[in-house]
Ligand binder design. Structure first.
Ligand SMILES: NC(=O)c1ccc[n+]([C@@H]2O[C@H](COP(=O)([O-])OP(=O)(O)OC[C@H]3O[C@@H](n4cnc5c(N)ncnc54)[C@H](O)[C@@H]3O)[C@@H](O)[C@H]2O)c1
Length: 323
């Protein structure tokens, strides 16, 4: 399979290195914001070329699939071009910072295009474990967290480029909540800027925030985030049930029942699995095993945009999302 990349940064490198280890898969093209960066990445693969224009890359190469690994503000026309040409794509979260993903989702649906979104928490073996544990319990509520430091790529701190921490980063926890517990019907958020704007020039994102979510099934969840810390402290979801608490982070699940606690460690690399499942789906023309399609991910996007809107207006935002 011949694969192209759009974006030449941290996560394009991550996915390209995973693909580089797979047999029958060849990364043959990189499209970047400069030819220097695109050709620089291409040189790390044995038979790849660099481009600065998506159309040109697709005219010159017959690609089986494309990976979109660009910052949130750069989504939109890239996806539209791939849809027009009928090329399956893997896109990193978040889907964007505005309403454009809704129209993109509709076009993908109409065309039956295979897509996958980088909500990799779904591919943790711990998430599978949590799903099976939760099937046997009654869930009351959940508390989610993304408490950490500020990623120092310049676009992240600019709310007009990243959408802010909840849209850009904490979206993983919103998606995990939907995956494990169900759809969300109302969102209320309070965000504030406490100190990062004074510390890092150009910061317009809020640096603390708390979001309350009502689910269709009656559950309540809150998800909080901050980027004020010197280093990452905690990211995950705690689910409160009739039998105790299930705490999920990216490498550990704790099943706490009264004084008893069972710990499960994540065994498999979720990034490797999401890539393998996507490429197998493209090869077979069958998306059955993809856990985060564009159609599904757009619902997570809707929730995070609603939170940003609620934080701005001070009003709760109702959502109508079917299970
Ligand atoms: N799933 C995860 O765990 C995970 C982890 C890290 C990053 N990400 C996501 O991946 C995306 C990219 O993040 P990153 O860390 O690689 O950022 P980055 O800043 O390191 O790289 C982004 C790259 O995209 C390029 N770019 C911007 N607009 C472009 C365009 N229109 N065409 C081609 N290239 C363009 C930039 O020049 C840069 O090279 C973000 O949405 C981020 O949230 C996901």
């Amino acid at each position: 399979m011949k694969i192209g990349f759009i974006g030449t940064g941290f996560f394009a490198k991550k996915h390209a290195s995973i693909l580089g280890e797979m047999s029958g898969v060849e990364v043959t093209a990189f499209c970047g914001t400069s030819l220097e960066k695109a050709e620089g990445e291409a040189r790390n693969c044995s038979n790849a070329s660099g481009y600065t224009n998506v159309e040109e890359m697709l005219d010159k190469q017959k690609l089986d699939a494309v990976y979109i690994c660009v910052p949130p503000m750069s989504h939109g026309s890239i996806e539209q071009t791939l849809i027009e040409r009928g090329i399956p794509f893997f896109v990193e979260k978040p889907l964007g910072i505005n309403d454009a993903p809704y129209e993109i989702a509709k076009k993908i649906e109409d065309q039956g295009l295979i897509t996958s979104v980088g909500y990799h928490w779904r591919y943790l073996d711990l998430s599978k474990k949590a799903l099976s544990l939760l099937q046997e319990r009654q869930i009351g509520m959940a508390l989610g967290y993304w408490m950490g430091d500020m990623p120092m790529v310049p676009w992240w701190r600019d709310v007009n480029k990243s959408g802010g921490q909840f849209v850009e980063q904490t979206t993983h926890i919103v998606d995990l909540l939907r995956f494990l517990c169900g759809e969300i019907k109302e969102v209320y958020a309070a965000f504030s800027s406490r100190m990062m704007a004074d510390k890092v020039a150009g910061t317009t994102v809020s640096d603390v925030g708390s979001v309350t979510l009502k689910l269709n099934n009656g559950m309540i969840a809150t998800i909080s985030n901050t980027c004020i810390l010197p280093e990452s402290n905690k990211a995950g979801l705690d689910v409160y049930t009739n039998e105790g608490v299930i705490q999920i982070s990216s490498n550990l699940l704790r099943d706490i029942r009264g004084k008893e606690m069972t710990e499960y460690r994540n065994q498999l690399d979720p990034y490797l699995i999401e890539n393998k499942i996507f490429l197998d789906a493209v090869k077979a023309g069958d998306p059955t095993h993809i856990l985060s399609s564009y159609k599904d991910a757009v619902k997570t996007h809707r929730v995070t945009l609603a939170a940003a809107h609620s934080a701005m207006t001070g009003e709760p935002v109702p959502l109508e999302m079917e299970e």
